[in-house]
Design a protein around this ligand. Sequence first.
Ligand SMILES: [Zn+2]
Length: 415
Amino acid sequence: MSLSARTAVVALLILFGSHAFAADHATLACVGAKIYPSPTESPIDDAVLIVEDGKIVTVAPKSTAKYQLPATALKLDCAGKIVVAGYWNSHVHFTNGWDNAGTAPAANLEAHMQEMLTRWGFTTVWDLGSTPQNTMALRRRVDAGEVPGPKILMAGDIFPKGGHPAYLPSEMQLPEAATPQEAEQMAKQYMAMGLDGMKLFTGAYMGDKPVINMDTAIVKAAADVAHAHGKPVFAHPQNRIGMENALNGGVDILAHTIPEQSFTFTDANLAQMKRQHSALIPTLTLWTTVVPDPAIQEGLVQQGVSELKSYFSEGGTILFGTDVGFITKYDIAQECEFMGRAMGWRDILASLTTNPSTYFKAANKGRVEKGMDADLVVLDGDPAADVRNLARVAYTVRAGKVIYAKPAASASGSN
Ligand SMILES: [Zn+2]
């Protein structure tokens, strides 16, 4: 055996060894909850849910379920609670507060992960832009079980030439593409790094100066590379030109509603989005953070709601996403409330679960059914009664491991 072959075998052993170590062989049980198997099915009241080796093995009414739990089973306090599938946040950033993720103490990272993501039920997230090496280091620590967290998918960013957004620090080095050839090279590098998708700033916000858009030919050059690798392409559209260049260049997902004054999707836009199976991420809470005037904020939110409503009523795919990590409003209750102005609670649940699982081809995620990954959210309130209950998380479970548990109320109790 050559030295390199031996190194490869050792590397393989380490890989499998660490996986075996990280795997959770314990049984997890949740008895007495009301389970919504999917956004479209009827709930199962007073149910039994059992997880083994990270997979759901039983979901049934307690009255008919035949089961025996091993003494070592972890029993969650589920009586009277609600269970839905683990949430996806399809627009986050591991930027604010994630420096030195490879070396920072695990406890600090866990605390920040809770504050930003796991206490809101997220078991899978799309990072749409950060320092890739840093987020990859974080992802390795999460996947090794060192930092409880969601599955992290990463997109590589490309900006238009001279399109350094006004809200990003000027010293930050950004990959700007001046030509289709440059965009193609950058996209190939991202794919070679093993990233899961691409994010293109087809419109870059420049403050007082006009938005800088990315030419359609540049969009297409980058999108073609990602698509050749079977990877999705997101766009930050910013204005009408940015939105149309994104669609014409083959972008899959609009990562925001469009904050341009009095913007609406035209019938032609909506038809093209439907034809191309585009998805829309509303990020409505973001519009409360970009201007200080509450009246202007409300106007931007309401415009986003109208855009969401117009694509949703055409049957378009909606993905939940909040831009957290860029914004620090982590609570998702407001986003649910804003989305609730355009759609029902089941549709919001779909944007958190089945829509992203289908769109990003994660066949084992999105539903609470036998055989599926045990990515679960246990809620303290029923979203059918109030959409904001989607934010009242008691437990977040990823692959059968509890990655967040709401602290028990203290004896002195505030209420
Ligand atoms: Zn963002």
